[in-house]
Write a protein that binds this ligand. Structure first.
Ligand code: 1GP
Length: 243
């Protein structure tokens, strides 16, 4: 599949998309789950997240997901999160990291392999908000306070002005509560690039609230492992919100 960014830009004008984050190191019944996720209306797969991904496991996971013919987009936790079998890669900069490695260092180390693999790079500003989870810790983020929408807007708008195509507000995988609705609303109002929201969304109510607040893409991860039955309700809630 080519033109993933065009597809995202086109589809998010019509409504909010649901992306399923798959951790390749948790392959529990993946083939069947992928099929069901497609039937339930999930729009794309994100693959990655952790820093210690094994190449053969990543390749295998992406190949299984590609069988659904849904877009498969890499979500690298570090420079080893690259495989040519995916369609695209979130080529992200952790905007609020204290360590330049996560802002431009890992990117410089991986750009050549991204080019060789012919993946479509989707430039993205990644912004981590409290509690931030493992992404916040590993990425040495200066976490944005849940009440500090102004700081989130600052980073999101900076991402847009630096030419990035997407912006992601991350509360951290498994966060007790997702990104505050008020923050989503304010950031959405400030930027014109698609806004991705994830971390701690595990039920229909949270998905609906983030969608109504203006999220263009909602990411769920843990719920695929912990409460698969909740996903149908989450996707239905997202798709039922009219723009
Ligand atoms: C993590 O935002 C994603 O990067 C998904 O988070 O696992 O909490 O759904 P959850």
């Amino acid at each position: 599949m080519s033109g993933i960014l065009n597809w995202i830009n086109r589809e998010t004008k019509k409504g909010t998309l649901h992306f399923t984050l798959i951790d390749p190191e948790k392959p529990d019944n993946l083939k069947q789950k992928a099929k069901e996720l497609k039937l339930m209306g999930s729009d794309a797969f994100l693959v990655g997240g952790s820093t210690n991904i094994r190449k053969n496991v990543l390749d295998k996971t992406v190949k299984i997901l590609k069988k659904t013919s849904m877009p498969v987009i890499l979500y690298p936790g570090d420079i080893n999160g690259v495989t040519k079998y995916a369609d695209a890669i979130l080529f992200m900069s952790l905007m609020n990291s204290k360590n330049p490695y996560w802002i431009t260092g890992a990117q410089a180390k991986s750009s050549i392999s991204v080019k060789q693999s012919k993946l479509e790079p989707l430039s993205m500003g990644y912004i981590i908000v409290e509690p931030g989870g493992a992404a916040g810790r590993v990425g040495e983020a200066e976490l944005i306070k849940r009440t500090d929408s102004k700081k989130a807007i600052g980073y999101a708008l900076a991402a847009q002005y630096m030419g990035m195509s997407l912006v992601y507000l991350e509360a951290g995988s498994g966060a007790a509560t997702p990104i505050p609705v008020n923050m989503v609303k304010k950031v959405k109002k400030a930027v014109s690039i698609p806004l991705i929201v994830g971390g701690g969304i595990r039920d229909a109510a949270a998905a609906k609230a983030a969608t109504k607040a203006g999220a263009d893409i909602i990411v769920t991860g843990n719920v695929t492992e912990d409460n698969f039955d909740a996903i149908k309700g989450i996707i239905t809630a997202i798709k039922n919100v009219k723009r």
